[in-house]
Design a binder for this molecule. Structure first.
Ligand SMILES: [Zn+2]
Ligand SMILES: [Zn+2]
Length: 394
């Protein structure tokens, strides 16, 4: 399931400057690998203040935390890079989280529970929740669901700190930065040239705020007075740009996503790469990829741009739109491609569908994995260079 997240807040420093958010925990006396490191628990009850307490569900709390994950990571040191350590003060919130948590750990030495929520497409971090109240509570009594008993907190960290967890997190982080990179350029232009003071960028999954698929368009609006304007920008796919346009205004579209009912105008759109930019992109891609410009042909499914490398290998970049592209790498003397990254909608099981890569295209041992590419050659140089190096083209 995709959820709408506020993935970036560009103009301000992370929202956790507020000291009230932080509770410092002293490390334990004896030397321990994890627990000797400093840590601040992120207090989250305040984030729910705007909502009546009885309407705050565990899903809502965790969704809010997922949407703030990027800010939290920047603002608060944690003992494991991909683990968010959160604390809940309200007992009612805690009980709801206990009931929803996929994993519950009971730390014997502290007589306290830790709830663990796994990474998902909106948040590559593990979220851990603890109850922090003045009194002692027997959290075990809050649910008849099973708890996994552990001797110490150190043991819990060991359990959470897996290479897979780290990999998922790093992939999510790269991916999130990538889906935000174009909106950010757009927003930075706006910030430099207008009176806009604050900007919120919304995206989910691969980009589109509605469906989570790759977003090559934007719907943006500015609200507030000219002296204190706030720009809201949403990534959308072309299909959902069309639905956005059916709304009387961009703001009403945003409001519909949040089930609100405000209103204000303005709409901006950014298409796939225009034809007159192709020669420039071809030249720049050749330069960045360390090769020379080859042929460029416009075909039914977009431009076929070739570029040759000094090693004799060559790249073929098919560029149609950011939701329809393929990059292929060829070895000298071999007619079939050695590596391919593409967006064909044929590997639904691969995370971050539809964009993926083939380790050995059309062969039995072909492995299909996420490529985290953008579909615009200039944004994808890093990924292409590292693939090229893996295959010996460089
Ligand atoms: Zn969409
Ligand atoms: Zn493919």
């Amino acid at each position: 399931m995709h959820r709408l997240s506020l993935v970036g807040k560009l103009d301000e420093r992370p929202g956790l400057e507020d000291k009230d958010f932080l509770v410092t925990h002293e490390p334990t006396q004896e030397y321990m690998f994890y627990t000797s490191k400093p840590r601040q628990l992120i207090k989250i009850d305040g984030g729910m203040d705007a909502i009546p307490a009885d309407e705050v569900t565990a899903e809502l709390i965790d969704t809010w935390v997922c949407s703030k994950a990027f800010d939290f990571l920047k603002a608060v040191p944690s003992r494991i890079s991909f683990v968010l350590e959160l604390s809940v003060h309200k007992e009612a919130f805690w009980k709801r989280l206990v009931a929803l948590a996929p994993r519950r750990y009971w730390i014997n030495s502290q007589q306290a529970g830790v709830l663990v929520f796994d990474a998902n497409q909106d948040c590559g971090c593990l979220r851990t929740y603890r109850l922090t109240t003045g009194e002692t509570h027997d959290e075990l009594a809050f649910t008849n669901k099973p708890w996994i008993k552990l001797q110490s907190e150190e043991e819990l960290y060991k359990l959470l700190d897996t290479p897979t967890g780290k990999h998922v997190f790093e992939a999510w982080q790269d991916h999130t930065r990538k889906i935000l990179s174009m909106p950010i350029q757009f927003v930075e232009g706006r910030l430099a040239n207008t009176s806009v003071e604050k900007t919120f960028v919304f995206a989910k999954g691969n980009g589109c705020v509605v469906c989570g698929k790759n977003a090559e368009c934007y719907a943006a609006t500015t609200i507030g007075s000219p002296t204190a304007a706030v720009m809201i920008q949403m990534s959308v796919c072309s299909e959902h740009l069309a639905s956005a346009k059916e709304h009387p205004s961009t703001f009403s579209f945003l409001a519909s996503l949040f089930s609100l009912s405000w209103d204000l105008p303005a709409l901006n759109k950014l298409d796939s790469i225009p034809d007159d930019l192709i020669p420039t992109i071809h030249t720049l891609a050749a330069k960045e990829l360390g090769g020379t410009v080859g042929s460029a042909q416009k075909r039914k499914r977009g431009w076929h741009l070739r570029l040759s490398l000094p090693s004799g290998w060559h790249w073929l970049l098919r560029v149609n739109s950011m939701t329809d592209f393929a990059y292929m790498l060829y070895e000298p003397g071999i007619p079939t491609e050695r590596y391919r990254a593409d967006s064909a909608r044929d590997h639904r099981d691969v995370p971050f569908f539809p964009i993926h890569q083939h380790s050995n295209p059309d062969e039995d041992d072909d492995e299909v994995t996420p490529s985290f590419l953008y579909g615009h050659p200039l944004f994808d140089i890093k990924g292409l260079l590292s693939a090229g190096k893996r295959y010996g083209a460089y």
